[in-house]
Structure formats: structure tokens, C-alpha cells
Design a protein around this ligand. Sequence first.
Ligand code: HEC
Length: 146
Amino acid sequence: MAERFTKSMARNMYMGGSLFFILIFVGLTMDTVRQMPDRDNRENLTEAVAHGKKLWEDNNCVGCHSLLGEGAYFAPELGNVFQRRGGDVAFKAFFKGWMNAQPLGIPGRRAMPQFNLSDEDLDALADFLEYASKINTNGWPPNIEG
Ligand code: HEC
């Protein structure tokens, strides 16, 4: 056994360690990509959902809200608002009522602006939020009140 910790030993540990973890990283990335088709809810990716996503972006909803954890933390997470507010039966009615009622104007409560969107646009946004809520995220967000 070498008595000294040589430069070449240090280099081998650095190179070997890096290679080992790069291989793990590549393996996990490939595993994620392989699982995507079964998990990303692509079978429900309709024209209306795509239109809803565009409205979501154009109106900068993510400037206040998060979606599946990404975004701002001023307002509630919306990746699970579909389940939180009625699901299949009542969500669309809740959503349209909510959007049309803004701003609520309750003192001391954080306010959301009025976007003046058409009925058709509200339908598309609701479809987009429903679509997002059915992506298999391993149970994220962990809390229904998000
Ligand atoms: C300026 C910040 C802001 C922006 C931009 C914004 N919201 Fe909100 N939103 C809020 C706040 C604050 C609340 C919570 C208000 C409350 O509880 O009275 C809220 C609540 C909601 C809720 C109800 C959530 C729940 O759990 O019941 C929905 C749905 C919603 N927003 C959708 C949207 C959509 C869709 C957009 C983009 C078109 C948007 N918001 C843009 C601030 C914002």
C-alpha cells in the first residue's frame, strides 16, 4: 500500500467519482424520460388546453400563483385547484364564478385582479387547470390547500 496520498491517486478519485455520479445522473434522467408518456396526461392535451396555457402565460397568472410548485408564492397553488374546488362536477362553475367576481374587495385580504376574459377563454383556462391537475406528480403538492 502506498504510504503517501499521491497526485495520481487524487486524480483517479476525482475522475472515478465524477464518472460514477455522471452515470447515475444519466440513468435517472433516462428513467424520467421513459416514464413521461405514462405520467404527463398527454392524452388529454386538447386544443382548448393549449389555448388555456397560452392565456395562463399571456396574463402572467404565474406572477402570483404557483403551478405544480413553480411560480410565485403570493397566491394559492393552482396545480390542484381542480380537486380542491369541486372536481369534475363543480370546478368549471366555481372557476368562472371566481374569475368573474374578482376583485373581491375584502379589506385585509390579498386581492386578485379582474382579467375580463370571455366565457370561451374561461372554459379554456379551466380545461388547462384540469389537465395540469391530472399530471402524475407523485402526489405533489402534498397538501390539498396547496
Ligand atoms: C396579482 C396577483 C394575481 C394574479 C396575476 C392572478 N391571481 Fe389568482 N389569486 C390571487 C390571490 C391573492 C388569490 C386568493 C384570493 C383570496 O383568497 O381571496 C387568488 C385566487 C385564485 C383562484 C382561487 C384559488 C382557490 O384555491 O380557490 C383561482 C382559480 C385563480 N386565482 C386563478 C387565477 C388565474 C387563472 C390567473 C391568470 C389569468 C390568476 N389567478 C392571476 C392573485 C392573483
